[in-house]
Design a protein around this ligand. Structure first.
Ligand SMILES: Nc1ncnc2c1ncn2[C@@H]1O[C@H](COP(=O)(O)OP(=O)(O)O)[C@@H](O)[C@H]1O
Ligand SMILES: [Mg+2]
Length: 316
């Protein structure tokens, strides 16, 4: 799919698929084309070129009403009427969508987001986090198969964001396919089965752990109480060890370390489970005092920065 606005390319030849029941993260910086993609897949705007299938239905004008029945979208701004109560808002949207059995649907949606006791409160009197939950209740009214959540936790405090995460996990348990746009990497890493990293074009796609392994080799971080006399003799030739480098004096030195200068080494390995015991034994045999040995963990944030900054660098 490609979408241009005038001569600005918002979404550039992006292609991906999401499995039924998957929680799929769509990550990218501001202006990356996330909302544009959601609006295309949600039948709100047409792509400039390309095609899509949403909830198993080809995205063509004749199918738009049918697609809309099976999906729902929670936009960036909740778009609720502040001078109406929670129930009145849901009632209004349920009528607008032409849904049968409105009362039962509203009750179920409020229960799902645990807002039953706030049903008669004015939306304007609710905190931002609670309003976000009302917006989520609205997206549940039509019992969607596919749900698009556009930055659902942006601007929420950690407690409110945590509640939204809980609700997304509930959706997963119900088998709803969730398309989640976010620039919060911790959120994507915790919630999503797979993520796409996007910046106008698609940079990469995969499971969070796959992406980490794809971009970064695995390594062990070793800290010893004093510099090693001959590190090469210790590290070279050990099982599953590929190379090593001197990482200098670590900034975070364990409390109670001796007066000698602690020294850090990064050992690139093919299999940490095989390399770590061998490295530990070799260090002890060489008389080194080991302060710590851990596998370096790259976060999704490292992956993201590598990909997004890489591109910014190339554009300069
Ligand atoms: N209706 C529009 N008219 C013109 N440009 C737009 C329109 N909608 C989005 N854009 C542009 O497309 C790009 C992608 O925007 P958007 O999809 O909102 O990004 P994101 O949601 O990832 O922050 C931006 O450069 C934005 O300015
Ligand atoms: Mg957006």
């Amino acid at each position: 799919m490609t979408k241009t606005f005038g001569d600005r390319i918002a979404v550039d030849d992006v292609s991906f698929s999401v499995a039924r029941g998957e929680v799929f993260g769509f990550l990218g910086p501001n202006g990356a084309g996330k909302t544009t993609t959601v609006r295309i897949l949600g039948t709100l705007i047409a792509p400039t070129s390309g095609s899509a299938v949403v909830a198993g239905i080809p995205l063509v004008p004749a199918n738009e009403a049918e697609i809309r029945r099976r999906i729902s979208i929670m936009p960036e701004a909740p778009g609720l009427y502040r001078r109406l109560t929670v129930t009145e808002n849901l009632e209004y949207f349920a009528r607008l969508y032409g849904l049968p059995g409105r009362q039962a649907r509203i009750r179920e949606a409020l229960d799902a987001v645990d807002l039953g006791d706030r049903a008669q409160d004015l939306c304007g009197s609710l905190s931002k986090g609670l309003r976000q939950r009302v917006a989520l209740a609205r997206t549940l009214l039509n019992d969607p198969e596919v749900m698009f959540l556009d930055e659902p936790t942006s601007g929420l405090d950690p407690v409110a964001a945590h509640e939204v995460h809980g609700l997304i996990n509930t959706l997963r348990q119900r088998g709803v396919t969730v398309f989640l746009t976010t620039h919060r990497l911790d959120e994507a890493e915790r919630l999503c089965d797979r993520v796409a990293i996007m910046n106008t074009g698609l940079r990469t796609i995969g499971r969070p752990d796959e992406l980490r392994h794809m971009l970064f080799s695995r390594s062990l971080a070793v800290t010893t109480a004093a510099p090693l006399g001959d590190p090469d003799r210790i590290f070279a030739g050990l099982p599953a060890v590929e190379s090593w480098r001197d990482a200098g004096t670590p900034t975070a030195v364990p409390a109670g370390a001796s007066a000698a200068t602690p020294s850090g080494y990064v050992v690139a390995v093919s299999d940490p489970a095989r390399a770590a015991p061998a490295v530990t034994r070799a260090l002890v045999a060489a008389g080194a005092d080991v302060l710590s040995i851990t596998e370096s963990r790259y976060s999704l944030e490292d992956v993201y920065l590598e990909l997004v900054e890489d591109q910014e660098g190339a554009a300069r």
